[in-house]
Design a protein around this ligand. Structure first.
Ligand code: FES
Length: 102
């Protein structure tokens, strides 16, 4: 299992912000919801839309391409319980955002 890697700093991801980061060929979408950092697979399972670019409401992000919605904490789709994006573990060390990718 891969270890935690630094993908961003807290300065780069203020409250309400989202950020797309590539690591080792994977696209990760980071979100700061009310000070809590979440990390999910950044590629929408529908047709590959960039989830970090979607509008977020509460913990729900909407894919900018066709509107599929996912909870950034659970990765679950709000409309289809069989659809889910991968959720990565996050820890904060100092001002760094570390994510366990893969
Ligand atoms: S690619 Fe995300 S909803 Fe279609």
């Amino acid at each position: 299992m891969a270890g935690f890697v630094k993908l961003a700093t807290l300065d780069e991801l203020p409250t309400g912000a989202a950020k797309e980061v590539e690591h080792d060929g994977r696209i990760v979408a980071l979100f700061n919801v009310d000070g809590t950092i979440s990390a999910i697979d950044g590629i929408c399972p529908h047709q590959g839309g960039p989830l970090a670019d979607g509008p977020i409401s509460g913990t729900c992000v909407t894919c900018p391409w066709h509107g599929w919605q996912f909870d950034v904490k659970s990765g679950k789709s709000s409309v289809n319980s069989r659809v889910k994006v991968e959720v990565f573990e996050v820890k904060i060390e100092g001002g760094d955002i570390l994510v366990q990718v893969g």
